[in-house]
Design a protein around this ligand. Structure first.
Ligand code: 3H9
Length: 698
């Protein structure tokens, strides 16, 4: 029918196949093709049933996100779906891969659905700051009941084919999509099954109509963690409309909600994040066609918190790991922590009951570095000092097999220097995981001076395989994330000397949407670490030092910038800290002033953005969107604000540059002066996004 959708007939069955790689998204051409094929099959007197299926790796994975924000092209999806649902001949959706968003909505407008065993079905629109806009919020509750529908629509996670079968979303699990769809179509015809239009079937809504708490409780459970986000609440309202209103009115409500969200700043930021994440996996400056090396077995050096978390990430992805320690005692402790961690997750229902044993079965503990011999990738996660790292890499050079990728999990140290102790610097790079490593999605892949392109692509491919989000960065102190964070740390400390309190600074940062403020974060990490390092370097930080001298090391001592009640992690403002700050300021002859929340926000964010600009200038990061990915997935930057560089573009670079100059003057801190890149972009009225084409949907 057109280049991306074709129609063929196998006697009385019409097969409509979408073939629009990579994910069969519903572009205007796909919508038009489906529309024409369905109309033509309906008009063909020989055809008695229609199967809609897809070629390639997946069923339709949703609307074409790149079309949002552009003038709409006909036919609209709603029009296509109406024609399908009203077809007098049965239409069967035959699903494989992922039927997501608009893809599942297409399937829901069909009269029957079958899927292959490995298929996944979902409405993930909330993750893009949207709600399903083509009937999903009205048809899914009618297919599976409002409780599961809320879970899928407000939570956004897909379900498996077997769950879909259990809850009535699909009729059958089939072997192949097209052949299975065709056999099912013949069965429908043979059994003369009536057409099932979900729009007319309210049976599964009855319970929630009688007792609305079924719906409100499901919503409350899912929106608990949706702080600051608009879409989950709007999506819940749309599902509520399915319960409260007739189908067509519900559809109208859904449409209104969708149109509002698609134009919102939050959704723009979330769509930008979606594309940025995928862009980050494309490595700048690597020759086209560079193939990653084969990685079947991984070794991790160090069974501490980081090493253990990294080992778990591999085991979770089914990759065997050798976990190496210096002694039996340390190894036993590390293995025990992982076992407990898995058991706790299983007890919470986060993983199946047999998963802890299976995953621990993939982790083999060994003592001695000579045990790296079989590994294709070795990740060092030992104590963060250069001397120890060098010692480990010297040994790795001796024992690792040729071609193995040697990675350091350092969060600050110079990988070039580490690589120099080996005779194979081309195989050395950084893989900087974030704590807790089995949970946090970011992996900064550090490209050293001599890192070979295929070593780099290996690290990126492996990171994706274990469900991490990789971002390639260059060597510098703290790489991208921690280097920018250091700027925020510097300002937060200075703010205390000017009259702000820890709880005021933290409140501004959490109100912005970060999970934690800088002081609560310091308390979690432990204040003694920085104190010791300052002592080593002969540096003073009067307030932080005074806290440590008073035995306040943070959460671990129940007192730090805050106080903590026994067994609790909730930070309580402490008058003693206020007193201690006052005394310190008096001793130093500092005058307190009222610091506004606006100033705090600017001084928390703008110096980081300025550092981001320097990082771009130095080419430590290739794209502003890579920096954003690092902050989104490593530091809990709120997804609806897109990342620091995206946020900066929204605020306006001229404003940011002006305010930085102002603070440089007012606080007598020349390091706050806008960087040359920021200054130039501000003067030209440009954005960071103008530096690349990376953000397709922004
Ligand atoms: C929606 O449907 C709204 C409707 O309710 C209402 C309409 C009125 N559009 O992730 P991958 C690209 S909202 C355009 O690396 P994987 C992606 O950018 C949508 N492009 O593969 C990448 O391009 P490139 C609801 C898309 O195998 C390439 O495809 N649906 C889209 O790891 C491969 O992607 C969703 O939110 C798209 N919809 O994972 C699903 N999807 O190669 C979004 C992907 O140039 N998609 N691309 O970098 C996904 O979750 C994953 O892509 C998927 C495949 C699981 C499908």
């Amino acid at each position: 029918m057109n280049e991306v959708v074709k129609l063929e007939r196998r006697d009385v069955i019409a097969i409509v196949t979408v073939n629009s790689p990579p994910v069969n998204a519903l572009s205007a051409a796909v919508r038009g093709g489906i529309f024409d094929c369905i109309k033509s099959a309906i008009a063909d007197p020989e055809v008695q049933a229609i199967v809609l299926t897809c070629a390639g790796r997946t069923f339709i994975a949703g609307a074409d996100i790149t079309e949002f924000g552009k003038p709409p092209k006909p036919p609209g999806l709603a029009e296509v779906l109406l024609a399908m649902e009203n077809s007098p001949k049965p239409i069967i959706a035959a699903i494989h891969g992922t039927a997501l968003g608009g893809g599942l909505e297409v399937a829901l407008a069909c009269h029957f659905r079958v899927a292959t065993r490995d298929a996944r079905l979902g409405l993930p629109e909330v993750k893009l700051g949207l709600l399903p806009g083509a009937g999903g919020t009205q048809r899914l509750p009618r297919a599976v009941g409002p409780e599961l529908a809320v879970k899928m629509i407000v939570g956004g996670d897909p379900i498996s084919a077997s769950d879909a079968l259990k809850h009535g979303l699909i009729e059958e699990i089939v072997e192949g999509p097209a052949s299975g769809g065709e056999s099912f179509a013949r069965k429908v015809l043979a059994e003369k099954r009536p057409l099932r239009k979900l729009r007319d079937d309210d049976s599964k809504l009855a319970a929630a109509r009688a007792d609305r708490s079924i719906f409100t409780n499901a919503v409350a459970a899912l929106t608990k963690k949706a702080r600051g986000l608009e879409a989950p609440f709007a999506a819940a309202d749309a599902v509520g409309a399915a319960i409260d209103l007739p189908f067509d009115e519900g559809l109208k409500k859904e449409r209104e909600g969708f149109l509002k969200l698609v134009a919102s700043d939050q959704s723009k930021a979330q769509r930008y994040a979606f594309f940025s994440e995928r862009e980050a996996a494309k490595i700048a400056g690597v020759p086209e066609g560079t193939k990653p090396r084969n990685v079947e077995r991984v070794a991790i050096i160090g069974a501490g918190t980081m090493g253990g978390g990294i080992a778990m990430s591999f085991a979770n992805a089914g990759i065997p790991v050798t976990l190496i320690e210096t002694g039996e005692e340390q190894l036993k402790r590390g293995m025990g922590v992982m076992q407990k961690n898995y058991e706790a997750t299983a007890a919470r229902g986060g993983i199946p009951a047999d998963a802890p044993a299976k995953r621990m079965g993939l982790i083999t503990g060994k003592v001695g570095l000579e045990n790296v011999r079989d590994a294709d990738l070795i990740i060092e996660a030992v104590f963060e000092t250069m001397a120890i790292k060098k010692e480990v890499f010297t040994a790795l050079d001796k024992y690792a097999k040729p071609g193995a990728v040697l990675a350091s999990n350092t969060s600050y140290l110079n990988i070039d220097e580490i690589a120099k102790v080996t005779k194979r610097p081309q195989d050395v790079l950084g893989m900087h995981f974030f704590s807790p490593a089995n949970v946090m999605k970011l992996c900064e892949i550090v490209r050293a001076d001599k890192t070979a392109p295929d070593a780099l692509t290996t690290a990126v491919a492996v990171a994706r395989k274990i469900a991490k989000v990789p971002a390639v960065v260059g060597v510098c102190d703290g790489f991208v994330g921690n280097r920018m964070l250091a700027q925020r740390g510097k300002q937060s400390e200075k703010l205390l000397f000017e009259g702000a309190l820890p709880q005021q600074v933290d409140a501004v940062v959490t109100k912005f949407g970060m999970p934690m403020g800088p002081f609560a974060m310091s308390d979690l990490a432990g204040l003694d670490i920085g104190w010791r390092s300052r002592q080593d370097r002969g540096i003073k930080s009067e307030i932080a030092d005074a806290l440590c001298e008073a035995g306040r090391f943070g959460q671990k001592t129940g007192k730090g910038y805050y106080k903590y009640e026994a067994g609790s992690r909730s930070a309580l403002p402490d008058p003693e800290v206020e007193k201690l700050i006052d005394e310190t300021l008096q001793r130093l002859g500092r005058k307190k002033r009222v610091v506004s929340d606006d100033e705090i926000l600017e001084r928390m964010m703008y110096p980081m953005i300025n550092e981001g600009a320097r990082i771009l200038e130095e080419k430590v990061a290739a794209r502003p969107s890579d920096i954003d990915v690092i902050w989104l997935y490593g530091y809990g930057w709120p997804i609806y604000r897109g990342g620091p560089m995206f946020y900066a573009d929204q605020v306006g670079l001229k404003h940011i540059a002006d305010r930085l100059s102002y603070y440089a003057r007012e606080t007598n801190d020349p390091s706050l002066e806008p960087s040359p890149l920021l200054k130039r972009l501000a003067a030209e009225g440009k954005t960071f996004a103008s530096l690349t084409q990376s953000a397709k949907a922004a």
